[in-house]
Write a protein that binds this ligand. Sequence first.
Ligand SMILES: [Zn+2]
Length: 103
Amino acid sequence: MGHTETILISLLNLSPGSVESIHSSTDESNHLSIFVTLARRKMDCPYCGNSALLSKGFYTRSVSVPNRAFEDISVSLKVPRYKCSCGHNISDSYAMSPANSKD
Ligand SMILES: [Zn+2]
């Protein structure tokens, strides 16, 4: 993991262990985008306590990073999603902590 990635993870209040992968790409106009994928972890349904949740892919959210160095960089967070047999869809709540989310 490179220096930029390490800084980004700490700015997002994520622990390195909760990040599965991180990569960046630059488009034709030299705009840098960084994609962070969060690792799946063991969790229980907050509605019924069921611990046998089904994986339901990921959803992607844009976050803004509170640092000038990241002002012109797009950061996307891929958050694991789960489905419970009680019918609720659950996404990992630790991904909700960035206070300056755009959505
Ligand atoms: Zn449930």
